[in-house]
Design a protein. Structure first.
Length: 376
């Protein structure tokens, strides 16, 4: 995620904090300073950091459950509204998603229980409810915050934990795609409720509502893509007409191609047409500033781009793009010669075509010639 600072790696998962989180700390400091001066301001900042430490533990609850099922978690990003753990792939069974989703809130239950054990009878309901009052006990407010995190996260607003639990329950009786559509629709409806309440009580709820709405829509689309990808070959939807660069090409030549085409990624091939790497627009501009137009285009080339055979399933291409976190996958033939590209734009166009044509239409007819076997 862009605009994020890397805080380090814990057990193989990179922890990042979004820059908007730093703005939240500044806002908290100023707000508490007006209430009780510098001591209250620094205590407010410490409280927010403690809360986000609980959020990190919450996310590592998801991570521990995901790893139990063999799902890797490359990174966590902390946002003002919570944390987001990125899974390498989605769980394949409803039971797995249920366990992964419930693991996060259970961590907050444990944290709250431990704080209650420390506070004993001194913790009152009024203290737990007044989590925004700096005059209340630090630990009591932290316990109350963890209780709030549990209650908030189990709201069935996809893609929050409660929404994922709902999808897992629905998927036990319905198809994964249908369960996702229902959970996403409920999530989007609750997003409007959050935003409406935020107009009168807390503007932060408006931001939460927008995030929930967009995330629910994105998850529904991702599931639709995965459903289609199981029955479509890479050969059916890959880009076959595109500009490419020879190994000897200079940045000047690459820039000419950039201006003359609508491409943002340019594959580099050797004399035999075998794929060597990918030159992307941003890298091209960066190297142009550093080394000038006479520099070889290969100096801006990424060599970590996955390759896939053109007769493989689109599902495998999506998996490679997600695991490598790259904008494109090189499509090759039996001799490793470049024959096509798979990009996120290609997949989006595939969905638009699928929505426009009758069900059962063969993608092979779009290219002419012999129809292919893949159907959507």
């Amino acid at each position: 995620m862009g605009w994020s600072l890397n805080l380090g790696t814990i057990a193989g998962t990179t922890v990042r904090v979004h820059l908007t989180f730093l703005l939240l700390l500044i806002w908290i400091w100023l707000s508490y300073y007006q209430i009780g001066g510098a001591p209250a301001a620094w205590e407010g900042v410490a409280f927010v950091i403690a809360v986000f430490a609980c959020v990190v533990l919450h996310e590592f609850g998801h991570i521990a459950a995901a790893r139990y099922f063999g799902i890797k978690t490359p990174d966590i990003t902390l946002l003002p509204i919570g944390g987001v753990a990125r899974l390498e792939r989605m769980p394949e069974e409803p039971g797995q998603e249920f366990v992964i989703a419930i693991a996060g809130p259970l961590v907050n239950v444990v944290i709250a229980a431990l704080i209650f054990a420390v506070l004993g009878s001194s913790a009152s309901v009024d203290q737990l409810a007044a989590i925004e009052d700096p005059r209340m006990s630090f630990l009591a407010r932290l316990a109350g915050t963890n209780v709030f995190l549990v209650l908030f996260n189990i709201i069935p607003a996809f893609p929050m934990d409660g929404g994922r639990i709902l999808r897992a329950a629905l998927a036990a009786r319905l198809s994964w795609s249908r369960a996702t559509q229902i959970a996403a629709t409920i999530g989007q409806g609750l997003a409007f409720v959050f935003a409406f309440i935020g107009l009168f009580y807390n503007p932060l709820l408006i931001f939460v509502g927008v995030f929930v709405y967009l995330a629910a829509a994105a998850e529904a689309q991702n599931v639709q893509i995965r459903e289609v990808a199981t029955s479509v070959l890479v050969d059916d939807v890959m880009i076959t007409e595109f500009a490419r660069l020879e190994q000897s090409a200079t940045l000047d030549e690459a820039i000419e191609m950039l201006l003359a085409t609508t491409q943002h990624e340019f594959p580099v091939v050797d004399a035999a047409g075998r794929f060597e790497g990918l030159v992307m627009r941003d890298d091209m501009i960066r190297i142009l500033k550093e080394k000038g137009p006479a520099a070889p285009a290969a100096s801006a080339m990424r060599t970590d781009i996955p390759k896939i055979h053109h007769r493989k399933r689109l599902e495998e291409s999506l998996r490679l793009m997600q695991q490598a976190n790259v904008p494109a996958v090189a499509v090759v033939d039996n001799a490793e010669r470049l024959v096509g590209l798979m990009t996120h734009e290609t997949i989006g166009e595939m969905l638009m075509v699928r929505a426009a044509v009758a069900e059962g239409f063969r993608f092979g007819h779009l290219r002419g010639g012999k129809p292919r076997s893949a159907r959507i």
